[in-house]
Design a binder for this molecule. Structure first.
Ligand SMILES: Cc1cc2nc3c(=O)[nH]c(=O)nc-3n(C[C@H](O)[C@H](O)[C@H](O)COP(=O)(O)OP(=O)(O)OC[C@H]3O[C@@H](n4cnc5c(N)ncnc54)[C@H](O)[C@@H]3O)c2cc1C
Length: 638
């Protein structure tokens, strides 16, 4: 397959303006004749659904949650980047663009990233106009803090609840459109298949999670904004319900999956404390603004932190990366934490932890200021660990957190299946091999508020209004039968193991062989273990309950079945990419100082995997990454 990224010609800084001028338009009277399905109401989906309805399109919005406001975006803590340069500290659109390209280890598409940096400034104005209560300085101006991988302060925030406040803004806009009748909202509604008619995405199949009813929905275009797939690792910082089903089933209908092995492990999470856990908790990266990370210099030092003198502490990030210190990017900080723990210098019960210490900040700023900046994060930490981080350092360790990979999209955010658009974390687009902190919220809202409103019109203008296929078309029938068959198969298994036990085992395989460090041998082993586990799943999983009823085991069973397939693609992608870049660290490919060694000659491309059928290996398509503006260089934060 030849992938066309449809990047506009001309100088980088003029591409988006040029696109907007040249894009085909749908006239206002025709807009109401088009129906658009938006799956998801996180920051990407809610902003898209609200904006498209505001433009005049008829929108149907589907979420599996009981309310659009429950999307995982609500959990985002630290902040959202924008190149406003309010601090006058040297920021600019170009610097945000460059930081993002470099942060992604030169594995993202220049034109998309530049557009993202450009529209970032509009996002803040949009959200302020909606009443989002961003933190302000004493004089009333919007405040900023710093996030990893940047030497400027460009992160806007609302205490440790930025995602929640932004989602309230987007959901207010969405609710307004629901009230006006421009958006039909379907809650408790899980998309279980994509309908493709004559090569174009024209609808979805949905299961109502309360009644079990399965319904068909036709539309002129489908927008997936269904979030990331990090829960394939079982333990992660994601909401428990986050899953990959929508994008995975779209993949099986022909949409290519871009860079599945580009997954992000966040350095600042509460360490695993036992086998009973079902999720992990993030301690926001914003804490690294004022907290200092250290471990004892001596291996096996069991003394409480207060008894370890300053001279016997290793502030390893400050030592190894003096220019960025504790704000080194996530992939680099995570690997550094793993390394010191592997050396036997980790802290806590299992030796898998490092200290995040606020004592200096408290002495410098006073406890009241630290409480004002991070109070709710300290409260979360206390609730989970029963330790008071104002008195003793926090203990943190890396955990699975974000997926840069996702469905492949072109400059329009349209997949290779015409009419199927993919926004937010669900697409692969902007973050290359490593996302910088506070850039996911920026991307989700950029996609929803500022990109899709232009690009979807460019597609719809090629489709005759009022001529979408009817849901009685054979393609909908076939997709519905596919969903019913899968549901029946899961319920009929009647095996002995719970869905969760399989998920946990899968997560362990991935964490061990496709986590922070990956090797050829480990990945080959995982590629044997995963199909075997999948085979056992279909023989031995136990899904109690009925189809036509609220049945959470059944919901999870479908999602885990998809994870069991996706995990294999993830490992396959990691195995083929014989280089280290960003979060993808192949231990065979590193410099003597342990830094990632890219291979631009062989791997400067997006790996876009194409489904080839149930028992056939997927096909690897490549989109070459051509850098016209930025010179590819070895990433250094030293
Ligand atoms: C703890 C935590 C803190 C974070 N903090 C930050 C931060 O400070 N700054 C930052 O930039 N990023 C942060 N991130 C990342 C960021 O929150 C996410 O990348 C972003 O919110 C994803 O938004 P989204 O709209 O793409 O998807 P989501 O918010 O995950 O929304 C997905 C939506 O899709 C729906 N859905 C999914 N599948 C289906 C289906 N099959 N059928 C129907 N509906 C479906 C869900 O109901 C939901 O509405 C954080 C992430 C975590 C885990």
């Amino acid at each position: 397959m030849k992938l066309d990224a449809r990047i506009p010609s001309g100088p980088l800084a003029q591409k988006w303006d040029k696109y907007q001028f040249e894009a085909r338009l749908v006239n206002p009277a025709n807009k109401r004749k088009y129906e658009i399905i938006v799956v998801g109401a996180g920051l990407a989906g809610a902003s898209a659904a609200a904006t498209l309805a505001e433009l005049g399109y008829q929108v149907k919005n589907f979420v599996f949650h009981d309310s659009p406001r429950r999307a995982h975006s609500i959990a985002a803590q630290g902040g959202i980047n924008a190149a406003k340069n309010y601090q006058n500290d040297g920021d600019s659109v170009y610097r945000l663009f460059y930081d993002t390209i470099k942060g992604g280890d030169f594995r993202s598409r220049e034109a998309n990233v530049f557009r993202l940096a450009e529209v970032s400034v509009n996002i803040i104005d949009q959200c302020v106009a909606q009443g989002v209560p961003f933190a302000r300085e004493y004089g009333g101006l919007l405040d900023n803090r710093s996030f990893g991988g940047a030497q400027v302060s460009r992160t806007f925030y609302a205490r440790g609840q930025t995602g929640q406040q932004l989602l309230l803004g987007a959901c207010s806009a969405l609710s307004r459109q629901i009230g006006l009748g421009a958006v039909q909202s379907f809650t408790h509604s899980e998309m279980l298949d994509l309908v493709v008619v004559d090569g174009h995405a024209k609808g979805i199949i949905v299961r109502n999670l309360i009644t079990g009813e399965i319904t068909r929905h036709a539309a002129d275009a489908v927008v997936l904004a269904t979030g990331g797939y990090g829960n394939v690792f079982h333990l992660s910082t994601y909401a428990r319900g986050s899953n990959a089903t929508a994008i995975w089933r779209a993949y099986k209908r022909g949409a290519c999956f871009g860079n599945p092995c580009f997954t992000q492990i966040h350095p600042t999470c509460i360490p695993v404390s036992g086998d009973y856990q079902s999720k992990l908790t993030l301690m926001s990266e914003s804490l690294r603004n004022d907290g200092r990370i250290w471990v004892p210099k001596k291996t096996g030092d069991q003394r409480p932190p207060s008894q370890i003198p300053e001279a016997e502490r290793d502030y390893y990030l400050e030592r190894m990366y003096p220019s960025f210190g504790n704000l080194a990017p996530r992939d680099i900080s995570s690997r550094a934490a793993k390394r010191v723990c592997d050396e036997g210098r980790g802290v806590g019960e299992f030796g898998r932890g490092v200290y995040l210490d606020f004592s200096d900040a408290i002495e410098r700023l006073g406890v009241a200021t630290v409480r004002e900046r991070y109070g709710n994060l300290f409260d979360i930490y206390k609730e989970i660990t029963d330790e008071d981080a104002y008195q003793v350092p926090m203990r943190i360790y890396p955990a699975m957190h974000y997926t840069m990979g996702g469905l492949w999209v072109d400059y329009n955010l349209m997949s290779n299946v015409p009419g199927l658009f993919v926004l937010g974390e669900a697409n692969f687009s902007d973050h290359g091999a490593n996302r910088l902190g506070a850039s996911a919220l920026m991307q989700g809202l950029a996609d929803g508020y500022f990109v899709i409103p232009y690009t979807i019109g460019n597609y719809l203008a090629t489709q005759k209004p009022d001529q979408r296929p009817k849901a009685s078309h054979a393609a909908y029938q076939e997709a519905e039968e596919n969903v019913r068959r899968l549901t029946k198969r899961l319920l009929d298994c009647k095996g002995k193991r719970t869905v969760d036990s399989f998920h946990k085992e899968l997560g362990k395989v991935l964490w061990e062989h496709c986590g922070m460090g990956r090797t050829k041998a480990g990945l080959e082993k995982a590629l044997k273990l995963i199909p075997a586990l999948r085979e056992e799943y279909w023989k031995n999983v136990n899904v109690p309950g009925e189809e036509g009823d609220l049945n959470q085991s059944l919901e999870r069973a479908g999602r885990v079945a998809d994870f069991l397939e996706l995990a294999e693609l993830l490992c396959r992608d990691a195995l083929h990419r014989e280089e280290s870049c960003g979060g993808h660290f192949r231990e065979e490919h590193q410099y003597p100082d342990g830094e990632a060694k890219r291979d631009d000659e062989r791997f400067a491309y997006v790996a876009a995997w194409e489904y080839a059928g149930p028992d056939r290996a997927p096909v690897l398509n490549q989109e070459p990454l051509v850098y016209e503006e930025v010179k590819m260089s070895t990433r250094s934060y030293k």
